[in-house]
Each structure stands twice: as structure tokens, then as C-alpha cells.
Design a binder for this molecule. Sequence first.
Ligand code: BDR
Ligand code: CA
Length: 311
Amino acid sequence: PRKIIIDTDPGQDDAAAIMLAFGSPEELQVLGITTVAGNVPLSYTSRNARIVCELCDRRDTKVFAGADKPIARKLVTAEHVHGKTGLDGPVLAEPTMALQPQHSVDFIIDTLRSEPQSAVTLCTLGPLTNIGLAFQKAPDIVPRVRELVMMGGGFFEGGNITPAAEFNIYVDPEAADIVLRSGIPIVMMPLDVTHRLLTRKDRVKRMADLGTRPAIAMVEMLEFFERFDVEKYGSDGGPLHDPTVIAYLLKPELFKGRTCNVEIEVKSELTVGMTVVDWWHVTDRKRNVQVMRDVDADGFFDLLIERFARI
Ligand code: BDR
Ligand code: CA
């Protein structure tokens, strides 16, 4: 299986992504889960990651707590979407498994150094703070990364936290800038893709019909998570952002995009955190990111349900 580190700020959709990885042990080996402050503060994201492991009977997973704030800014959170704990919805027991003593950043550095060259894929589901810090602290690990697949950004679709910016990039634009300039292979799942993956009633019902404890907990999480979009925009459900990262590793053919230059706005007050995507190749700047724009939504949900059935 492909070796991955999941860097995350759970988040109901982060939880769905972690569970999708747990349901795919033949393809993916989760070396560790590293948490970051984002949707909710670090104490909650570190708690939530462990709750997800326990829900799926995967207490053997190593969970590391990471950065509690962005590299250069004050933390912005998203309780308005995810609730106070980040996993609002189901009644969940507090986790009993321990956090690892190491900091996420050091775990990322040590793992990239000790695993073979180009063996480790980084899957990022939240602000890029831990990865940015690791690249700053240990530049020797940068060329050792096989690939980084991230949920973040939005271009034709615009932003979800400001008109210009998507949440994960907005929270820590300096970290995103470090990562995008690093030269590693990057795949980006922006809002342009994730806004096509709505938790429609028929899709959630398929999940509920699985009847397992993790599936039922996920249904209750999604019912909470979608309220924001359903109430504010009258959508057919909430957008299932983060599982796209894992789905890409399992079935890349579900997604379509283009390799182009992407840069992050870090200065302007109006557009900070914007992912400036040179989709039409109007510059000759380095084509540093494979940006996805399209997804086979039915294929994505078939995969999700199939893998949840295996947890
Ligand atoms: C991203 O922000 C968070 O709210 C979600 O978990 C996802 O990672 C979407 O903009
Ligand atoms: Ca997330």
C-alpha cells in the first residue's frame, strides 16, 4: 500500500476522509495522523482525530498534535459550519487512546527522513501550517516527498470564507505559499470540485443503510454539517470537501484538471488567501500544481459507500 500521512483539522468532512482511508487498507497505509488548528482549536482537532480512530476500531493509529496557530497570523476558526467541537452531530464518547508525545512537525520530518526516498504522500485536509513549518525547519525533507494532495483553494468558484479565499488557504496563507513554492508534486482539490459533491438525501441514505456504527455516526455528523449550506444557500446538502483527497489516491480517474501555475496572495487585505490559478497559461510561471476542476460525483459517492462498508 501507498504510505500516507493525513494532516487534518477534523471537521466532519475531515472525519469522512480519514474513514475513507481506513476503509482502504489494501491501497493506503496511514503512517500517522497529524492535527492542526483550523476548523476548531487544536485541542478539539486532536481529540476529534482520536475519536474517529476509535469509532473505526483503529486505536493502533498514531495521532500527533501539531501547530496551534498559523505561522504568522491569528487563528480563524469555522464553528459556524462545524459546531463548537468540530464534530457536532452525534453523541460521541471522549477518546481514551493517547496522543503521541511528539509534535506533528517533528513526526513529519522524522518520517520523511527515515522512509525511503519518494515513499511518503502527504494528504492535507486543513490549513498547511504543519507542512510549512516542517519544510522551513528541515529543508532536506522537501525533495523526499512523493506527492502532496491537498483540499484547498477555489478559482472559478470563488471563496467560502471571503469572496476571494477558501478556508484552508485563508487561515494560513504563508504556509500555503511555502508549500506551493517548494517544488514538490502537488494535486489541489479546490471548491470548484468539492461544491459538486453535495450530501444529497439519497446519498446520505445509502450511508445510513450500511447500518454500522461508523456509518451511523457519519450520517449524524453530515446531518449537522449540511445545515449551514442548506439554511444559508438552500443547497441540496453540504459539500463533502476533504474526502476528495483520499478518493484521488484511490481512483484518480474520478477527477479532471490541468497542471498550471498557482500562487497564493499573502499581502492584499481584500484578497489574502486567494489561490491565483493560471488556468489559461497566460504566464510562463512554473506549472507547480495539478489543479482539479471536475469530478464524477456519482462515482465518488459509490467509492465512498463501498469503502465505508469495509470499516
Ligand atoms: C475546508 O475547510 C474546512 O471547513 C473543511 O474541513 C475543508 O477542509 C473547506 O473550505
Ligand atoms: Ca478540513
